[in-house]
Design a protein around this ligand. Structure first.
Ligand code: SAM
Length: 383
């Protein structure tokens, strides 16, 4: 196991002092097990959960500074992003994604950081679009973006083989949105990006809104009204204690039940069945048939029991949970002399050992144990 990294910063936000530890070096070497694990698509972890969804972070950089994700005080001009040579190349990402597909992954989501900042991302999408499941089906290929570059890039992304996009947008009020992204970025440009994505055929477009008490909960209804009846699926995300730099506290979480009550009081909602096992969002339909909304309730209603997601960091570390404290270094295998069979075995072994269920355990963990854990930043492993 790698030694704990030294503290990098002391961050003072309001009354809180948050020591930020660089978790990027806290990876365990991925080892090739003695007994080969041949991909069969039937891999299961310690809790019987299959591997179906791979999120790939293609950059740790972002042009926004949302306080709940990449606060300016930490991600400032002195922050050391990964050097380019440390990033997985497109060929390395595609090679490892092919092995994940053989193990049962059906869906790939590109994320970051802001994935549209990665140069020539269309080339990676073209390569990933060629991958097939063991049954010969193309993988579901999606991307999560802050939407700032989408108006410019939507057509090229579609042409490269991207199927859908999810756009993050935390409010419709321009002043609120500019404050939340903390780089004064206007809401109109993100809305233009959403329109461009829909026009390019990257639908159904989903819009994710993180709801933070005292910051943007008054935007719940305007957002719901705006997207109702448009075919765009709005999803409300509970503010989560990911990473170690956002100074998270429970008081700032708006429970999804409250979001649903707020919307339903004006626009009645009825619950829908999950479309796919392992889905992160609980779905609700407007009773008048004009579409649906979703809620992602990682804090108040943990969905670890059927979590089938793995995350590949920008530099090739495999994370088994959004709240993980360490990853498994696949890059050293990719850049060493390991064969595809070796790397597939290593992935299989890592997944078979997986027993993470942080969100389910969160409530039973003493607060000081939670605070003591130095979790990896979301901008690094991808949302
Ligand atoms: N830059 C892209 C974007 O804005 O969508 C992709 C990366 S971002 C880390 C992915 C998603 O994570 C965004 O929807 C963002 O709002 C969400 N997110 C980041 N930090 C969060 C937190 N502490 N709680 C809940 N959601 C968070």
């Amino acid at each position: 196991m790698a030694p704990a990294a030294p503290e990098r910063h002391n961050l003072r936000m309001a009354e809180r002092v948050i020591p930020l530890v660089d978790q990027r070096v806290a990876a365990r070497a991925a080892t090739v097990p003695g007994r080969a694990i041949t991909p069969s698509g039937l891999l299961a972890d310690q809790l019987g959960r299959p591997l179906r969804d791979l999120r790939i972070s293609v950059t740790d950089r972002c042009n926004f500074r949302c306080s709940y994700c990449m606060p300016k005080e930490v991600f400032d001009k002195d922050y050391k992003y990964l050097p380019h040579a440390d990033l997985l190349t497109f060929e390395e990402i595609t090679r490892v994604a092919r092995l994940f597909a053989q193990h049962g992954v059906r869906k790939i989501r590109l994320t970051g950081g802001e994935p549209l900042l990665r140069k020539n991302i269309e080339v990676l999408i073209e390569q990933l679009a060629q991958l097939r499941t063991p049954e010969g089906e193309p993988l579901e290929l999606t991307l999560t973006t802050n939407g700032s570059l989408l108006a410019r890039k939507a057509k090229a992304l579609k042409a490269a083989g991207l199927q859908r996009v999810t756009v993050s947008l935390d409010g419709l009020d321009d002043a609120v949105f500019r404050r939340m992204n903390d780089v004064n970025f206007p809401v109109a440009e993100v809305l233009a990006g959403i329109d461009a994505a829909r026009d390019a055929g990257l639908g159904p477009v989903k819009v994710n809104m993180v709801v933070k008490r005292g910051t943007n909960e008054h935007e719940i209804l305007p957002m719901a009204r705006h997207f109702k009846g448009t075919g765009i699926v709005l999803r409300f995300i509970e503010y989560m204690d990911v990473g170690s730099s956002n100074g998270w506290c429970m008081d700032e979480v708006v429970p999804s039940a409250e979001v649903i009550r707020t919307i339903s009081a004006e626009m009645p909602l009825v619950p829908l069945e999950a479309a796919i096992p392992g889905e992160t969002a609980q779905r609700w339909a407007y009773a008048d048939g004009s579409g649906e909304v979703g809620v992602i309730s990682s804090v108040t209603q943990a969905f670890c029991a059927d979590c089938n997601r793995a995350r590949l960091s920008t530099e090739g570390q495999l994370y088994l949970c959004l709240f993980a404290t360490h990853g498994h270094d696949l890059r050293s295998l990719l850049r060493g002399d390991a064969s595809d069979e070796d790397i597939a075995s290593a992935i299989g072994h890592i997944w078979q050992q997986r027993d993470d269920r942080y969100s389910q355990l969160r409530a039973s963990l003493p607060a000081d144990a939670r605070a003591g854990q130095r979790r990896v930043e979301m901008s690094y492993i991808g949302g």
